[in-house]
Design a protein around this ligand. Structure first.
Ligand code: FAD
Length: 461
């Protein structure tokens, strides 16, 4: 065998798996057909957050007056924002490359396809080479789902295209009110684009706790974003340089929305093209490659991790699965816990959740109580200029064990880490309530919600 472990795909699942395998002494290779870092680094988490950070500066400047600061001459140079975003991505990509080299992972540039269960062919620019490995980890990720929308598709963008616009659109219709649609809506609205989100379901963010999704919806509307729920895009037509989006509601012909650009964000599908999984005997379906708890596929020595396995598509889950698969492949017991996966939405304010939602607990018939702490009672939130938001803890009524935590708050995506740790350690609301949290911080909102649950509320009536 040429290698002990060969990883296909250099995203946050694949490159992390390769580093861990190499750290455990495996002779390791990684094959990547495009850029190291995958969707997350090149077309996902990082570029969106770089643009979001820039757009939040603009939003803050626009609100400066309420902090006693007068600003004039605000000008958004969108092209420079895109250049800065590219610089951040390039720098991090260099970092991934450095880490792989340092851990002595052999990196192949090309597309990997199975020839048999232990051999892959790596193709690049018409040239092929072969590599064999005792264990193979598939980490080929996902690609944007295509929607067949009647009309002229020219000018309709997916999430990859929108990150490379050179000009800020005056108006944007986003088809899909899921995480990606809502995050792009926030970014462009902050920058001054007139944004309309069209969502076919009766609510945005269907996987998020209903109360929180409702709170965020109000915030988006306050920002000036138009949200059309229960609405379907029937057609997109070109009208000069703009697009006319025909939206129907409840089966009846509805409004026409005119926009410079249209972004299609209906989610992503697992990517297995070119892998030739049949040659290795790996079972798969359009939902992705099914895996066991240890991330093995239908073939014991072949693993699959990350977005290609279907289900929750998050970079941190892909990385955790990468570590677990690498440890299993190296014959080690893995202590990585997959039980609680934090889920974050980077809007303003942010949304973060972990554990059960109220709807899930009701469906499963699990008894629970909910404790809420509104952000308007948080000194830090008010000082920062936030008056709306909520931290909600769902807990076992008998023992007080934390079952779920949901928040709409600035920096909720950072605070959720404490909730995940609490749930993993099976802590109770009493243990959170009796732990000192620094003042003034936003993390106190979690403490205060725990106080409410524990029956010792201090800063709420
Ligand atoms: P990917 O990152 O998709 O990497 C797969 C890699 O495999 C790619 O580089 C691809 O070129 C390569 N590949 C595919 N086939 C082959 C082959 N045959 N041979 C060689 N190489 C191959 N997640 C979060 O957790 N937080 C966020 O804030 C967040 N924001 C996002 C924003 C956007 C706009 C998008 C689109 C996604 C976002 N995600 C976010 C999701 C996150 O990017 C994915 O969950 C994550 O990248 C999945 O990692 P992965 O390693 O499974 O696959």
């Amino acid at each position: 065998m040429d290698f002990d472990v060969l990883v296909i795909g250099g995203g946050p699942g694949g490159y992390v798996a390769a580093i861990r395998a190499a750290q455990l002494g495996a002779k390791t290779a990684l094959v990547e057909k495009e850029e190291l870092g995958g969707t997350c680094l090149n077309r996902g988490c990082i570029p969106t957050k770089a643009l979001l950070a820039a757009s939040e500066k603009v939003a803050e400047i626009k609100q400066a007056e309420k902090f006693g600061i007068s600003v004039s001459g605000l000008k958004v140079d969108f092209e420079r924002m895109i250049e800065r975003k590219n610089a951040v991505v390039n720098r991090l990509r260099g970092g991934v490359n450095f880490l792989l080299q340092k851990n002595k992972v052999k990196v192949f540039k090309g597309t990997a396809g199975f020839l048999d269960g232990r051999t892959v062919q790596i193709s690049r620019g018409g040239e092929n080479e072969k590599a064999t490995a005792a264990k193979i980890i598939i980490a080929t990720g996902s690609v944007p789902r295509r929607l067949n929308i009647p009309g002229n598709a020219e000018g309709v963008l997916d999430s990859d295209d929108v990150l490379n616009l050179r000009e800020l659109p005056e108006s944007l219709v986003i088809i899909g009110g899921g995480v990606i649609g809502v995050e792009f809506g926030s970014i462009f609205s902050n920058l001054g684009t007139k944004v309309t989100i069209v969502e076919i379901m009766d609510r945005i963010l269907p996987q998020v706790d209903r109360e929180l999704a409702g709170l965020l919806l109000n915030q988006l509307k306050k920002k000036g974003i138009t949200v059309l729920t229960g609405s379907k895009v029937e057609e997109v037509r070109k009208a000069g340089s703009r697009n006319v989006v025909l939206v129907s509601r409840g089966g009846s012909a509805g409004a026409e929305v005119v926009a410079d650009k249209v972004l299609v964000a209906p989610g992503r599908v697992p990517f297995v093209e070119g892998l030739n999984l049949e040659a290795a005997g790996v079972a798969w379906s359009r939902e992705g490659i099914a895996v066991s708890e240890d991330l093995t596929t239908s073939i014991d020595h072949i693993y699959a991790i990350g977005d290609v396995t279907g289900g929750v598509q998050l970079a941190h889950l892909a990385s955790a699965q990468g570590i677990r698969a690498a440890e299993h492949a190296a014959g080690r017991k893995s202590y990585i816990s997959m039980k609680y996966v934090p889920s974050c939405i980077y809007t303003d304010p942010e949304v973060a959740s972990a554990g059960f939602t109220e709807e899930e607990l009701q469906q499963k018939g699990i008894a629970y109580k909910a404790a809420r702490f509104p952000l308007q009672a948080s000194g830090k939130a008010l000082a920062m200029g936030y008056e709306e938001g909520l931290v909600k803890i769902l807990y076992d009524p008998e023992f007080g064990e934390v079952l779920g935590v949901h928040m709409v708050a600035p920096r909720a995506t950072d605070i959720i880490a404490e909730a995940v740790l609490a749930m993993r350690a099976e802590l109770t609301v009493a243990e959170i309530a009796t732990t000192i949290h620094a003042h003034p911080t936003l993390s106190e909102a979690l403490l205060e919600a725990a106080h409410v649950a524990h029956g010792t509320p201090i800063h709420s009536a």
